[in-house]
Design a protein around this ligand. Structure first.
Ligand code: MG
Length: 367
């Protein structure tokens, strides 16, 4: 019998981290917890590496690098939110580790560099849509793909076209109809920036041009995404909206882990609807596509400005509709940078400062 796969989790106390622990616990002979990082809360777990703290804190970054490059570590689950996941992801890839990625920001910021570092191994996606596309592509050739179709639940506001997005409260934005996730990604689902980020993520993960990645609204969140092939065939992956499934797919690959989630009964699914995306009401996908096409640090600006604007919204400093406005303003003001890792980190810093400065001036205006 082969030894279990040694798994390190970056962000073990978050939503994805907790569900990853659950998948590991339920597959003892196959998966073993090798190490983890935890933020303010403790996971109460024993492992070879248990690292407390946040990126940027003394010793934290060095200890994380030591864990993800440890010869005993086989696979790193990246589940810390936002831009600070980039450095440890690159460290793990450069050390030849398998990476299962929940943090889409890593690919949005530096997709080309990350995929280059991953090489033939590629990246195992944990994002549910990308897990679906990945599964649809097993055994298929790149040249057979006509289009990737990312499904979107539409978030809490899509079904309410008369709702004034200037008046939406934090509580309303955090009330996602289908998925239970952290606050950042839940707000991103409400603005549909989540789908904008996912279009860029899919483009890098699967090497498919941006123009061949589209978004369709599917309120039931049962079809997790679709691949259209050149012969006209559509392949979709369906299942419960439960993140333990894409986590189990990523950790078990190329095998499937038994009973990752309760079975889906087709007869009980009910009708499945698909609707076009209203890009005028939800401009985030178009904005993301434009930033990715223009490149030169703009995807990093999009990502960082969005992250800061979501924080400002959660702090009740800007209205809901101000999130996308802020991202738009940052992209317009950005002079354009380069494509190296340093350039990308500089674009990230630039965008955060841009939003912080405009937050300061807008709160002065309010007073
Ligand atoms: Mg997703």
């Amino acid at each position: 019998m082969t030894r279990p796969l040694n798994v390190a989790i970056l962000g073990a106390t978050g939503s994805i981290g907790q569900q990853t622990l659950d998948v590991i616990d339920r597959n003892p002979g196959r998966l073993k917890l090798f190490g983890l990082t935890e933020g303010r809360r403790t996971s109460k777990r024993a492992a070879e590496h248990v690292i407390q703290g946040q990126a940027g804190e003394p010793d934290f970054d060095a200890r994380v690098t030591a864990m993800v490059t440890d010869p005993g570590c086989d696979l790193v689950v990246v589940a810390i939110p936002g831009a600070r996941a980039l450095a440890p992801t690159m460290a793990a890839l450069h050390a030849g580790k398998e990476v299962a990625l929940a943090t889409k920001e890593v690919l949005v910021m530096a997709g080309a560099l990350v995929m280059k570092a991953a090489g033939q191994r590629g990246i195992r996606p944990i994002d549910s849509e990308h897990s679906a596309i990945w599964q649809c592509l097993w055994g298929e050739e790149r040249k057979s793909i006509r289009r990737l179709v990312i499904t979107a639940s539409g978030g809490p506001f899509w079904a309410h076209p008369d709702l004034d997005l200037d008046q939406v409260t934090v509580e309303q934005a955090l009330n996602h109809p289908r998925w239970s996730m952290g606050p950042k990604v839940t707000v991103d689902s409400a603005t549909l920036m989540n789908k904008g980020l996912e279009v860029i993520e899919a483009h890098h993960l699967f090497g498919v041009p941006l123009a061949q990645v589209s978004v369709v609204i599917h309120p039931q969140s049962t079809v997790h995404s679709v691949v259209e092939f050149i012969d006209g065939s559509l392949k979709a992956q369906l299942g419960r909206p439960d993140m333990r499934l894409p986590i189990a797919v990523a950790l078990g690959y190329p095998d499937r882990l038994p009973d990752a989630v309760p079975p889906s009964v087709l007869e009980e699914l009910g009708p499945l609807e698909f609707h076009p995306l209203d890009e005028a009401r939800f401009p985030a996908v178009g904005l993301a596509r434009g930033a990715a096409k223009a490149g030169r640090g703009r995807p990093a600006v999009l990502n960082a400005a969005n992250e800061e604007a979501v924080n400002a919204f959660l702090a009740r400093e800007i209205p809901f509709s101000g999130i996308i406005r802020t991202v738009e303003q940052a992209l317009e003001a950005f002079p354009g940078g380069g494509e190296s890792l340093e350039d990308i980190l500089e674009a990230d810093r630039w965008a955060r400062e841009f939003v912080t400065v405009s937050r300061g001036s807008s709160s002065r205006t309010v007073r």
